[in-house]
Write a protein that binds this ligand. Structure first.
Ligand code: IMP
Length: 427
């Protein structure tokens, strides 16, 4: 009864969508466990190219149950739009379950996300402005609304009215922003609920049955460990727990059931939004990586900051998650470089360190200490197995494995599902 967690090891956008899509073909249940539509997965399969934000990638496997778990922040309007787009292309969402415990992103969360970013000025986080932070803030503040609340319109209206009363004080007096109308919001959400209610259920029994029947459950991570609220580059983080532990909790499955934790890492590094990134390349090489990798956000279209692989940050991620194996994605993007670099330590205020500092200012001052390797200058996209890769590409992967102390189970050499090499190291 495998339970497999697929987690981003860097700052998100590691190519988890493709890996999840690949593994979802063999899964019985796929669970989105945290984050919201601030996440974006690009999936390229036989049906075409899809950008998913909330629907679990198991949706392309007709036999697979897809669950939006309790740890997710769900914008119902975005979900319905995504479901409609899938239906238009012949993909069914009949097997989608939304946990009754899932918290809802409300319209005032989007307003507050924008207002808070503006308030921060120079210190803005660079959020996706999808209202995710304010939605989790209400969850922690015990004033959030859950998907299950939509089942009782009277109670839902009362809860919205209570929440709006407080939000309007905040909007008006703190942020000098327009106030919102509780009735309008409740009407709108209850209208959306007509289509969502058939999907809203207790997710526990479904998962319990799946575990009991020895079915394969895939936990689909969103964002990446370095954006994790506890372990990332605080305050430049997202507001959910993006680690293996966070996924188990967000799905509602105890750690004893986990069989495989797969850490997805790009063969280089990228980041969107503000915050320190020691290996960022603000030069022609960074631009070449961005162009070759088409590094523009799935969710916001923002251009991503690019740089060399940071093994110090990645080791932190390995520790926090306890990965059994790595999936190294987008190796093909590095096909045409004379020389490649991997950061193996930092120099901080004249001292060499090999840990990932918790202080964002320290991390911003950390200078990467690189090991340089020769490039391979030949296409890796045609490789069918490990031995087809050029020697220099294998050396590159070996260095990452050594630096992280974890074997690479999968290597991505192109966007399509088939362009994935299995090394045999996947448990
Ligand atoms: P929020 O999650 O919208 O609050 O944004 C907080 C930070 O996380 C910002 O720097 C975003 O750019 C970043 N972020 C959120 N989701 C993703 C993702 O899926 N990929 C990469 N960065 C993300």
């Amino acid at each position: 009864m495998p339970v497999i967690a697929v987690v981003g090891g860097q700052w998100g956008d590691e190519g988890k969508g493709k890996i999840i899509d690949l593994l979802a073909g063999r899964a019985h249940v796929v669970v989105r466990a945290q984050g919201g539509d601030n996440a974006g997965h690009t999936v390229v399969n036989a049906r075409g190219k899809f950008a998913l934000h909330l629907v679990p990638a198991g949706v392309f496997n007709a036999d697979c149950d897809c669950v939006i778990g309790p740890g997710v922040a769900l914008n119902p309007e975005v979900l319905l739009r995504e479901m409609d787009a899938l239906h238009e292309r012949g993909v069914s969402t009949d097997k989608l379950t939304i946990s009754a415990r899932t918290h809802l992103v409300m319209p005032y969360h989007l307003t507050l996300d924008r207002a808070d970013e503006a308030w921060r000025g120079e210190g803005a986080i660079g959020t996706t402005k999808r209202g995710i932070g304010p939605a989790y803030l209400d969850k922690v503040g015990r004033s959030g609304l859950m998907a299950g609340d939509l089942r009782d319109p009277g109670r839902f209206r009362r809860k919205v009215a209570e929440a709006v009363e407080r939000k309007n004080v905040l909007l008006e007096r703190v942020y000098d922003a327009p106030t919102v109308d509780a009735n309008e919001i409740a009407d709108e959400y209850l209208r959306l609920a007509e289509r969502l209610l058939p999907h809203i259920a207790e997710s526990g029994p479904l998962l319990e049955r799946a575990l009991r029947d020895g079915r394969t459950i895939l936990l689909e991570g969103a964002h990446g460990t370095l954006l994790d609220l506890d372990h990332g580059t605080y305050p430049y983080v997202t507001t959910s727990s993006c680690t293996v532990g966070g996924l188990l909790n967000g799905a509602g499955i105890g750690p004893r059931h986990l069989t495989t934790a797969l850490g997805v890492f790009k063969a280089y590094t990228s980041r969107v939004g503000a915050g320190p990134m020691p290996t960022e390349l603000d030069d022609e090489i960074g631009q070449r990586i961005r162009d070759r990798g088409q590094e523009y956000g799935t969710t916001t279209g923002r251009s991503r900051r690019c740089g060399w692989f940071d093994a110090v940050a990645a080791r932190h991620s390995v520790l926090v998650n306890g990965f059994h194996a790595l999936a190294i994605t987008r190796l093909d993007i590095l096909d045409q470089f004379d020389e490649l670099k991997v950061c193996l330590a930092y120099e901080l205020d004249g001292r060499r360190i090999d840990y990932f500092p918790s202080d964002a200012d320290e991390l911003a001052r950390a200078q990467p200490v690189y090991e340089a390797l020769p490039g391979w200058f030949s296409p890796t996209g045609d490789a069918h197995d490990w031995n087809d890769l050029p020697g220099a590409a294998r050396d590159y992967v070996r260095l990452l494995e050594e630096a992280l102390g974890v074997p690479a189970g999968l290597i991505g050499v192109g966007q399509e599902r088939e362009k994935t090499l299995f090394t045999g190291a996947l448990p």
